[in-house]
Design a protein around this ligand. Structure first.
Ligand SMILES: Nc1nc2c(ncn2[C@@H]2O[C@H](COP(=O)(O)OP(=O)(O)OP(=O)(O)O)[C@@H](O)[C@H]2O)c(=O)[nH]1
Ligand SMILES: [Mg+2]
Length: 337
C-alpha cells in the first residue's frame, strides 16, 4: 500500500517521502492514524521549541537565525510555521520563504508551512502529527512558529519543551495586552528589535511583571504541576536583533539552560503529561466529530430527516434525539467505522 512504501523510503531519509507523509497526515484522519502507527515508535528524540508573538514581531527572522545556529552546530532542524499571516498567497509566506532561503536547500533543514483549519484547539491535530513525523525523521530540533493570539500560543506551550515569546519595543504601553495567560505560557521572553528605541524599557516592564507574577497564587495554573515548573524557573528576558543576529548566541544559551532545567528536574514528565493529554483530546474530538457529522448527514443517514421532523412537529425534543444519536455514534466507533 502507498503509505507503507512511503514509510520505507522515509526510513532511509527520503525527503519527498517526508513531505508526502506530512500531506497525507494533514489531509486525513485515517492516514494520520496509519502513519502514527508506523512512525510514533521512532519518536522522542527531537527537542521542540515554540516561538510565539504578535504578527510582525520577528518570529520568522528569529527562526531563521536559530536554524542557522543549529545547523552550524552540526544538528538537524525541522520548522513548522503555523498559520503564517497570509497562508496561501504572497505576503508573509513568501516573506518567510525568502528569509529562510539561506537554509532552504540545506539537507539538514526542512520547512513546512501549514494552515490551521480553524480547529477548536488552535494548533491542529495535524500539527501534532507533523511533529511526530519530523521527530521520527531524525531532526534534533523542531521549531514551531505561530502567531501568538488566543488559543494557539497556549497550545504551543502545551506541546513545546521550551516556548519563546517575542515582544518588541513600543508594545510596552499596552502591557495589559499581556493577558494573565502569557506569563504561564512562556519559558523565555525575547525582546526583539533591540535596535529600536525602548528596548530596555520593555525589558524592565517584563521583569517587573515577572516580579508581580511570582506573587500571584499558583492555583490559577492551567497546567497540572506547572505551578512547580513556574516556581523553579523564572523566564529570562533576552534582548536580540534578529535581523542582524545580535544577542542570538546569548539567547541560545538561555534556551539550553531551560533545556537543562526541563530535562533535569522532572519537568519533562509534567510537560509530556500535558502534551499527550492535549494530543489525545485533539484526536478524540476529531474522531467523534467525524462520526457525528456522518450521522447528521442525510446522505449518509437518511433517517436523520425523520428525527428532525419529529422535533419540528414537537413529537420529540432535541435532547432525546441527541441521546439516541449519541448511542449510534458510540456503536459506530466500536465497529471501527
Ligand atoms: N529593526 C528590526 N527589524 C526587524 C528585526 N527582526 C525582524 N525585523 C523585521 O520585522 C519584520 C517582520 O519580521 P518577521 O520575521 O516576518 O515577523 P513575524 O513575527 O514572523 O511575522 P508574521 O509571521 O507575519 O507574524 C521584517 O521586516 C523584519 O525584517 C530586528 O531585530 N530589528
Ligand atoms: Mg512569520
Amino acid at each position: 500500500m502507498e503509505i507503507q512504501a512511503l514509510v520505507d523510503k522515509f526510513k532511509v531519509g527520503n525527503r519527498r517521502a517526508l513531505s508526502r507523509l506530512i500531506s497525507l497526515a494533514e489531509n486525513g484522519f485515517k492516514d494520520a492514524r496509519l502513519i502514527s502507527k508506523e512512525l510514533f515508535p521512532l519518536t522522542g528524540n527531537a527537542y521542540i521549541l515554540g516561538i510565539t508573538g504578535a504578527p510582525g514581531t520577528g518570529k520568522s527572522t528569529l527562526t531563521n537565525k536559530l536554524v542557522q545556529l543549529i545547523v552550524e552546530n552540526g544538528e538537524r532542524v525541522g520548522v513548522i510555521a503555523i498559520d503564517p499571516t497570509s497562508p496561501f498567497s504572497g505576503g508573509a509566506l513568501l516573506g518567510d520563504r525568502i528569509r529562510m532561503k539561506d537554509n532552504y536547500t540545506n539537507q539538514n533543514v526542512f520547512i513546512r508551512s501549514m494552515a490551521n483549519r480553524g480547529r477548536l484547539g488552535g494548533m491542529a491535530r495535524a500539527t501534532k502529527d507533523v511533529i511526530t513525523i519530523m521527530d521520527a525523521f531524525g531532526f534534533d530540533y523542531i521549531i514551531i512558529e505561530t502567531v501568538g493570539v488566543g488559543q494557539s500560543e497556549v497550545d504551543v506551550y502545551g506541546t513545546a519543551h521550551t516556548t519563546l515569546v517575542l515582544v518588541v519595543p513600543g508594545m510596552g504601553d499596552d502591557i495589559q495586552a499581556f493577558k494573565a495567560g502569557i506569563m504561564e505560557t512562556s519559558d523565555l521572553f525575547v525582546v526583539n528589535k533591540m535596535d529600536l528605541d525602548g528596548a530596555n524599557k520593555m525589558v524592565m516592564e517584563i521583569e517587573s511583571m515577572l516580579d508581580l507574577n511570582q506573587k500571584v497564587e499558583v492555583s490559577r495554573s492551567k497546567y497540572e504541576n506547572s505551578a512547580m515548573e513556574q516556581q523553579s524557573w523564572r523566564p529570562p528576558v533576552q534582548k536580540v536583533n534578529a535581523r542582524r543576529g545580535n544577542g542570538i548566541p546569548a539567547l541560545w544559551e538561555q534556551i539550553m539552560s531551560h533545556r537543562h532545567h526541563v530535562e533535569s528536574k522532572g519537568v519533562l514528565e509534567c510537560k509530556q503529561l500535558n502534551r499527550f493529554k492535549n494530543e489525545l483530546l485533539d484526536i478524540l474530538e476529531e474522531r467523534f466529530k467525524l462520526q457525528i457529522d456522518q450521522i447528521l448527514d442525510p446522505k449518509e443517514n437518511p433517517s436523520i430527516l425523520e428525527d428532525i421532523r419529529a422535533i419540528t412537529e414537537r413529537k420529540a425534543n432535541p435532547y432525546s434525539i441527541a441521546e439516541k444519536l449519541g448511542k449510534r455514534v458510540i456503536e459506530s466507533l466500536e465497529n471501527g467505522a
